[in-house]
Design a protein around this ligand. Sequence first.
Ligand code: SME
Length: 166
Amino acid sequence: MAEAFNDKTLPDAKTERYAAVAEEIAAVLDGEPNLTARMATVASMLASSFDDYFWTGFYVVDPDKPDELVVGPYQGTLGCLRIAFGRGVCGTAARTRQTQVVEDVHAFPGHIACDSRSASEIVVPVVDAQGRLIAVFDVDSERPAAFDAVDAEWLERILLRTFAEA
Ligand code: SME
């Protein structure tokens, strides 16, 4: 009986919102192959779905400098233009290809402060259908520890569906 009340069977508001926006994104992008349009739509729809999303967007792998990220479609205040692989949270996600959930950006070695209001951050690698890294998706929040495993799981799912499976 206890199982009926555990976290897995009672989806919280955040989970429900992610599930809904995942379907909305897929519906809007149905039939649209352009990568910039797809990234811009994901950034816009996610940014307007969650109050905690202060800066929301993509850093894409520069085709001319494959070990460097350059800013792509985003919503928010001015972002840094370029980030080398291995630098900061975005560069770490790009180099390791692992989602980074950072509760306190000021405690992260090499964090790049584009906007001093950012307190916590999540960065998810974005791969294409061939498994190649094409970008990272970065969300910053003004609230400390705004992101957790639920955000990681849903963002990974949405980004795979949008850029690897479409
Ligand atoms: N904080 C990021 C840099 C990108 S901006 O926050 C928009 C980082 O350390 O990778």
